[in-house]
Design a protein around this ligand. Structure first.
Ligand code: NAD
Length: 296
């Protein structure tokens, strides 16, 4: 373990975050295997992987040529390609924010993870110790949260979240990779619901949306007040929700409802009606072609 370095990463989930995390690693010339459900995995020639590779062009330092990028990302699925996990030094799970789905997947992948590899979840805030339930002691010691922000290629911050069982050297090794290879800024957070950034950030977004509903404020007015007119053109409340994905936001709110019942602000963690209706309609934000905004 002392000579640990990350030469190959597996990313589980080729959605909004997984595809971009994969692309970000490739930009740092790290080989990636990007897994998804059978039939949903992208290929370097189409879909979400190509979009993520496109995003590489905006990265600094200058990205690799497209052809080379594509060659560094292999796509895989959980039925046919689990053997490809064996030589991955780091496995980052980035599937939908549901504890039960993550547990199901972990059962499938855990036996294929190499004995020195680090396993980390990009969960937005599910308790890391609950995610680790079911692992043997050895894998528990190599498991932690690694919370990238969206979009990963622009957002500098990554929260690193250990459990009581996580070996300290694992965190040090992962932090070294995140900072010196991916160029991130790491904050170590405690294993509390939604960690630091989403506990505060989603609280702020929810409080804003509840007030907007109460006072009949439009999406444009709220986003002017919380984004453009503050000099943050791309980060108004509703635009941010669309970029995050409204289903993901719904799951993050549920984590607060499930785990912060006695919190003095518990009333704020109610899912706003306007959000619930859009989720029900499948208007999940940018990834679905529309949410609060038609095109974002
Ligand atoms: P997404 O909806 O874009 O993608 C979800 C992925 O999970 C897809 O690849 C889908 O095929 C896969 N998936 C769905 N059900 C599955 C199952 N039962 N088994 C295996 N795979 C399944 O979601 P996302 O926004 O990329 O979020 C992924 C993770 O990253 C979540 O834990 C989320 O909380 C976290 N996260 C999201 C953001 C964000 O802004 N979207 C930011 C930070 C962290």
């Amino acid at each position: 373990m002392s000579n640990f370095s990350v030469k190959k990463v597996a990313v589980l989930g080729a959605g909004v975050m997984g595809a971009q995390i994969a692309a970000h690693c490739v930009n740092a010339k790290v080989q990636v295997v990007l897994f998804d459900l059978p039939g949903k995995e992208g290929t370097p020639k189409n879909g979400i992987v190509l979009k993520a590779i496109e995003g590489l062009k905006k990265l600094s330092p200058a990205p690799l040529g497209d052809k080379e990028d594509a060659a560094l990302i292999q796509v895989a699925n959980y039925e046919d390609n689990l053997d490809q996990l064996a030589d991955c030094d780091l496995i980052i799970e980035a599937i939908a924010e549901r504890l039960d789905w993550k547990h199901d997947l972990y059962k499938k992948v855990a036996p294929h993870i190499g004995q020195n590899a680090i396993f980390a979840s990009n969960t937005s805030g599910l308790p890391i110790h609950q995610l680790a339930e079911g692992f043997d002691a050895d894998l528990k010691a190599r498991f932690c949260g690694v919370h990238f922000f969206n979009p990963p290629r622009y957002m500098h911050l990554v929260e690193l979240i250990p459990t009581e069982a996580t070996r300290p050297e694992i965190l040090d090794q992962l932090e070294t990779f995140l900072t010196s290879v991916l160029g991130k800024g790491v904050v170590r957070a405690k294993d509390t619901p939604n960690f630091i950034a989403n506990r505060v950030g989603i609280f702020g977004m929810l409080a804003t949306i509840h007030q907007a509903e109460k006072f009949g404020l439009s999406v444009d007015v709220v986003d002017d007040l919380t984004g453009a007119k503050l000099g943050r053109a791309k980060s108004g409340t509703f635009r941010t929700a669309d970029v995050v994905g409204l289903d993901t936001m719904g799951h993050v709110i549920k984590t607060m409802q499930d785990n912060l019942k006695d919190d003095p602000f518990a009333a704020v963690y109610k899912t706003p009606d306007v959000l619930a209706k859009l989720i029900e309609k499948g208007a999940l934000g940018q990834k679905a072609g529309g949410g609060f905004y038609k095109k974002v």
